[in-house]
Design a protein. Structure first.
Ligand SMILES: *[C@@H]1O[C@H](CO)[C@@H](O)[C@H](O)[C@H]1NC(C)=O
Ligand SMILES: *[C@@H]1O[C@H](CO)[C@@H](O)[C@H](O)[C@H]1NC(C)=O
Ligand SMILES: *[C@@H]1O[C@H](CO)[C@@H](O)[C@H](O)[C@H]1NC(C)=O
Ligand SMILES: [Zn+2]
Ligand SMILES: [Zn+2]
Length: 341
């Protein structure tokens, strides 16, 4: 090989990584730009939008650290440290605490990889229709449904020996978080993401989204199914879901405690405690207004308002998916959300 060629090769070898690096920086810059634009395209709704890169977890941390709504997040309590004394004194009742803990166990992080072309013009994220810019929100698991026959999860799909029993797991969130089945099918739902360590120590489990079964844009609510054949996950979830079916629905006594469990900025599960300030009859339903702190990533999170049963026989939760922050003095509001466990 002539010397001049050798020199060129060496020059190339040195130049290559630098240009690849520059190219990478360019991609990162571009992706962040797209993510920033998408994030702004949601009005007062509170999804977090991450740039589509290999370092999504780092992006999450970056958004958390740069948060301007709740700098320092001092009102946000890690679920692992949440104790009964974090509740206002008049609510330090074991039954109330238990309710909140149980709902928090069913709280999930929702990561939507794709924005559906079916989102209407002027709706949240309509500028990103058809694009793969992930947004994250929160939600909660309502119930489980066992099925027999070949499992229809993506992992089993097309396999010669699919699992023979599987479950549909119903998740509640906002329609601006998961809009339709197209979005559900590029959605991953993280269960038991209790602390940052849960990602690595096997505590956190992930289910793929499957199908949207109910959507109400006026109420900003969505119900969708995830699909799993993971028996261990189901066993853990059953502890928290089995009893809800039997909770009587008659709720009378008004209470003012309002707790939100969510995954701010797409990070692990945090609790915020506040007060129910008001409720408003909208054309399309009742909206709850509260002072409980929320951040980007809290969209769809369970807003828990424990209520004493009218007959004095105990406490039940009413739950609404968190929809958006208000711009007036009061911070947060879930607008027109359906009441449900
Ligand atoms: C999200 O979509 C992108 C683009 O299609 C793809 O490369 C990536 O693997 C997807 N990520 C997940 C977690 O589905
Ligand atoms: C709450 O969860 C505990 C397990 O941690 C369970 O024993 C209890 O029955 C649950 N309560 C309700 C109302 O689901
Ligand atoms: C709204 O949130 C800010 C911090 O984000 C807090 O200082 C303020 O007290 C909150 N307002 C109400 C009414 O809770
Ligand atoms: Zn924040
Ligand atoms: Zn399967």
């Amino acid at each position: 090989m002539p010397n001049s060629n050798k020199g060129a090769m060496v020059a190339l070898a040195i130049a290559m990584p630098a240009s690849v690096w520059l190219l990478y920086l360019w991609f990162l810059h571009n992706n962040r730009g797209a993510a920033d634009r998408k994030r702004l395209d949601q009005g007062n709704h509170e999804c977090e939008v991450l740039s589509n890169s290999m370092y999504e977890a780092m992006e999450s941390v970056r958004r958390w650290e740069g948060c301007r709504k709740n700098p320092g997040h001092c009102n946000f309590i890690p679920i692992t440290e949440f104790s009964i004394t974090d509740l206002p004194e008049s609510y330090q009742i074991p039954e109330v605490f238990d309710l909140i803990k149980n709902v928090s166990a069913r709280t999930v992080r929702i990561r939507v990889n794709y924005t559906s072309p079916a989102r209407p013009e002027d709706y949240v994220f309509s500028d990103s229709r058809g694009k793969y810019i992930p947004h994250v929100g929160s939600g909660w698991i309502r119930d489980l449904e066992k099925r027999y026959g070949p499992c229809r999860c993506p992992e089993c799909d097309g396999q010669a020996t699919p699992f023979k029993q599987w479950w549909l797991v119903r998740v509640y969130t906002c329609s601006h978080v998961v809009f339709d089945t197209k979005e559900a099918q590029s959605t991953m739902v993280d269960v038991f993401y209790e602390s940052e360590a849960s990602r690595k120590n096997g505590e956190m489990m992930t289910m793929p989204g499957f199908k949207v079964t109910y959507r109400d844009e006026d109420h900003d609510s969505c119900k969708f199914y995830c699909i799993t054949h993971d028996e261990e996950l189901i066993k853990k979830l059953t502890v928290y879901t089995s009893k809800w079916e039997k909770i009587p629905k008659a709720l009378m006594a008004m209470e003012s405690l309002c707790v939100v469990v969510s995954h701010p900025h797409g990070r692990s599960k945090l609790v915020t405690v506040g007060e129910l300030k008001d409720w408003k009859d909208e054309v399309f339903g009742v909206s709850q207004i509260y002072s409980t702190a929320t951040c980007g990533g809290s969209s769809g999170a369970p807003v828990i308002i424990p209520r004493r049963r009218g007959d004095g026989s105990g406490w039940v939760p009413t739950m609404f998916p968190h929809s958006q922050a208000l711009v007036n003095g009061l911070n947060m509001s879930a607008v027109g959300a359906a009441r449900s466990y």
